[in-house]
Design a protein around this ligand. Structure first.
Ligand code: ADP
Ligand code: MG
Length: 601
C-alpha cells in the first residue's frame, strides 16, 4: 500500500492554465465522476439534491485512497496522474491538473470517505473553505465517496449567479450523460431528490444510448465505423428522419474525452447533405481514436475544444464514413457498395473525395393517407369530415373579406406547394404553413371553451422519454392539458397519453409532443410571457402535415378553403408567409419584358 500522490513541479504548474474549474454544480459533478472513472471504478453513483446546490455526492468502487492521499488530494496541483510536463501530451486519464478537489474544497463543505482496496480501515476527512476540520479513521466501503454540501456557501456572488433548479439540473444531466456514454462498460446511477433518474447497466455503446434515450433509439441509429492510418472512428448516427430541432444529441469524443468541434459537426452535417429536414440537426455519437501527438486539446479546465494536426483529412474521413453508414443502413437497399472496404488515407489525400453511393428518401410518403394507418380513425379525413363525399371539382365559395380567395386549385408541386389561379394571377400556397394556420385558429378557439379541447384516446399509447424531457413535461403538464394533450405519468420515464387534441394525427402523436418539448428547450423570454400561446404554436407545428405530403385535389381545395376562413390566412403562427401571389402584371412583365418593347409578340 503505497502513497501515490506527488506535487507538480512549479514549471509544470505554470504550463497548465489554471482558471476557474468549478462554475456550477455540474462542473463539480463532472470532476468527481471523472475522478471515479480514473480510479478504475466499475460503478459510479451520483446523488444530488436541489439541483446540486445544497447536496452532491459521488460514490464509487474504485481503488480508493491511502490515508495520506486522502489528505493530499485537496492540495492544489496534487495529482497522481502526471509527473512531468511531457506527460501532458500523452494523457489517458480524464483529470490531470490536480486542482479539482482543491477548488471544490475551497468553495464548499466537503466530506471524503475512502478506503483503498484491500485496506483494513478507511479515512474520513471534512474540509470547508480549504480548511481541514477533521480527519479520522472510519469503517467504510472500499472505494471513495465524496460529498459536497452548500456549494459557494462562502462566495455569495457565485451562488446568486446560479440558474433555476431546472437549468442547473439540465447541466448535471448533460455531464452525467456525456460520461455515461463515453464509458458504457461501467454502471452509472443518478439519483435526484430521492428519485432514481438513471440506472445504467454495463453494456455496449448501443445499449447505453438506448438506456439513456429510450429503446426507440435502437431502430433510429446506424453504426459508423472507419479505420484509417490517421484515426479510427466508431459510433452511431441517427437516420435523417430522426434529426432533432435542437443540437442536444450531438456527441463527439476524442480518445474518450467529450469535446466540442464545429469542424467535425460540419463534416457530419455535410454527410447528411439534403437528407435533413430544414431546421433540424443530426443526432450522433462518435468516438474518434487518434494519437495524442496529432491533436492539441485546449487544457483550460472548462474548455472542451480541440485542434487536429491534419484537419482536412480528419474532415474527409468523418464525412465519408458517416455518408457511407447512412447509405448502407438507412434508406434504400439499391445502393452500390464500391466503398464497402475501408480505405487507408495516404499522407496526402486532400483533394480526392471518395465517391459515395447516392441516397434516396421517399419524400412522397404521406402520413395522412388512410392506407398508411389501417386502424386510423382520425387523420386527414377527420380534419374535414363534412367534405368526405364531395365531387372531384368544385370551385371554392367566394369569401367576402379576401378578394384573392376566389381561387381555383390547379395542383400541387413537389408535394409542398399548392398552385391556385385567381382573377389576379397565380397564388402559390405553402401547404404546411397553411395547415399550421388552420390548426392554430381552430385550437385557439377550443382552449377558450371549457373542457372542449381534448378527445379521449380509445387505446391510450405509452411513450418513454429521456430524463431531461421528463423534468420538462412535469413543468408544463397543466398547460398541456389545457391544449388537450392529456399526458399522465405511468412510472419511471414512461407516460401514457390519454387524450389528444382534436385533429391530431394518429401515429404522429410523438412528433407533436417532441415538437413541443423542443420549443420549451429553446424557450426565450417571449416564451415565458405567453407560455400557452407558445405551446399551442409548437403543438400545431407538430400536428401539421409535413412537406412531401401528397394531397388529392379535394384535400387541396379543402385546405385552401379552410385557410381563407382563418382570420389571418397570410401568416403562419410564427409569422412566416403562407402564400405568395404572382399577379397578372408580374406575368406580363415576364413574357413581354420590363419595358414592354415586344408588345406585339
Ligand atoms: P486530478 O484528477 O487532476 O489528478 P483532482 O483534484 O481531481 O486532480 O484529484 C486529485 C487526486 O486525488 C487524483 O489525482 C487522485 O489520485 C485522487 N482522487 C480523487 N478522487 C479519487 C477517487 N474517487 N478515487 C481515488 N482517488 C481519487
Ligand atoms: Mg480530477
Amino acid at each position: 500500500m503505497s502513497d501515490i500522490i506527488r506535487l507538480l513541479p512549479d514549471a509544470v504548474a505554470n504550463q497548465i492554465a489554471a482558471g476557474e474549474v468549478i462554475q456550477r454544480p455540474s462542473s463539480a459533478i463532472k470532476e468527481l465522476m471523472e475522478n471515479s472513472i480514473d480510479a478504475g471504478s466499475e460503478r459510479v453513483q451520483v446523488v444530488v439534491k436541489d439541483a446540486g446546490k445544497t447536496f452532491m455526492q459521488v460514490n464509487d468502487n474504485g481503488k480508493g485512497m491511502s490515508e495520506l492521499d486522502a489528505r493530499m488530494c485537496f492540495e492544489r496541483h496534487a495529482t497522481s496522474k502526471i509527473k512531468q510536463a511531457d506527460d501532458l501530451f500523452a494523457i489517458s486519464t480524464m483529470g490531470f491538473r490536480g486542482e479539482a478537489l482543491a477548488s471544490i474544497a475551497s468553495v464548499a463543505m466537503v466530506e471524503l470517505k475512502s478506503r483503498m482496496v484491500g485496506a483494513e480501515i478507511g479515512t474520513s476527512i471534512t474540509i470547508s473553505g480549504s480548511k481541514v476540520e477533521s480527519q479520522e479513521q472510519v469503517a467504510c466501503q472500499e472505494g471513495t465517496s465524496i460529498t459536497v454540501k452548500n456549494l459557494f456557501y462562502n462566495v455569495p456572488a457565485r451562488r446568486n449567479f446560479l440558474k433555476s433548479n431546472t437549468a442547473e439540473t439540465r447541466h448535471i444531466v448533460e455531464e452525467f450523460q456525456r460520461l455515461a456514454i463515453a464509458h458504457p462498460e461501467k454502471s452509472f446511477t443518478l439519483i435526484q431528490d430521492g428519485v432514481q433518474v438513471f440506472q445504467l447497466v454495463p453494456g455496449t455503446l448501443k445499449q447505453r444510448i438506448a438506456g439513456i434515450y429510450g429503446n426507440g433509439y435502437n431502430e433510429r441509429i446506424v453504426p459508423v465505423q472507419e479505420d484509417t492510418t490517421i484515426l479510427s472512428l466508431d459510433g452511431f448516427v441517427a437516420k435523417p428522419e430522426f434529426a432533432r430541432k435542437t443540437r442536444g444529441e450531438q456527441y463527439i469524443f476524442v480518445n474518450r474525452r467529450f469535446i466540442r468541434s464545429s469542424y467535425i459537426n460540419h463534416a457530419v452535417t455535410e454527410a447528411f447533405e439534403s437528407m435533413l429536414p430544414a431546421g433540424t440537426f443530426p443526432t450522433y455519437f462518435l468516438f474518434i481514436e487518434i494519437e495524442p501527438s496529432k491533436i492539441d486539446i485546449n487544457i483550460h479546465p472548462t474548455k472542451t475544444e480541440i485542434k487536429f494536426e491534419d484537419e482536412r483529412s480528419v474532415y474527409a474521413i468523418i464525412r465519408a464514413a458517416v455518408k457511407r453508414a447512412l447509405g448502407k443502413f438507412s434508406i434504400t437497399p439499391s445502393l452500390d457498395f464500391d466503398q464497402e472496404t475501408s480505405f487507408n488515407i495516404p499522407v496526402s489525400m486532400y483533394a480526392t473525395t471518395p465517391k459515395m453511393p447516392e441516397v434516396r428518401v421517399d419524400r412522397s410518403y404521406n402520413p395522412f393517407k388512410m392506407e398508411n394507418h389501417p386502424s386510423n380513425s382520425k387523420g386527414w379525413e377527420r380534419l374535414y369530415p363534412e367534405q368526405k363525399n364531395e365531387v372531384q371539382w368544385r370551385p371554392s365559395a367566394p369569401l367576402e373579406s379576401e378578394p384573392t380567395a376566389r381561387v381555383r386549385v390547379l395542383g400541387q408541386i413537389e408535394n409542398k406547394f399548392i398552385i391556385t389561379a385567381s382573377s389576379d394571377g397565380l397564388m402559390v400556397i405553402d401547404q404546411r404553413r397553411a395547415h399550421e394556420r388552420i390548426l392554430f385558429e381552430r385550437h385557439e378557439k377550443k382552449i377558450s371553451q371549457p373542457g372542449g379541447a381534448s378527445q379521449q384516446e380509445l387505446f391510450p399509447k405509452t411513450f418513454e422519454f429521456p430524463a431531461d424531457d421528463v423534468t420538462m413535461i412535469q413543468e408544463i403538464q397543466a398547460d398541456l392539458r389545457k391544449l388537450g394533450i392529456d399526458l399522465r405519468e405511468f412510472g419511471g420515464n414512461t407516460y401514457v397519453l390519454n387524450g389528444v387534441p382534436e385533429g391530431a394525427v394518429a401515429g404522429q402523436e410523438k412528433e407533436m409532443i417532441d415538437s413541443i418539448l423542443e420549443s420549451v428547450k429553446n424557450q426565450s423570454a417571449s416564451f415565458k410571457e405567453k407560455p400557452l400561446e407558445n405551446l399551442l404554436k409548437s403543438m400545431v407545428s407538430g400536428m401539421a402535415m409535413q412537406y412531401g405530403t401528397a394531397l388529392t385535389k379535394i384535400e387541396q381545395e379543402h385546405l385552401v378553403d379552410e385557410l381563407f376562413k382563418c382570420s389571418t390566412p397570410e401568416l403562419n403562427p410564427y409569422g412566416k408567409p403562407v402564400y405568395t401571389l404572382i399577379n397578372s402584371s408580374e406575368l406580363e412583365k415576364r413574357f413581354r419584358g420590363i419595358n414592354h418593347q415586344n408588345h406585339q409578340a
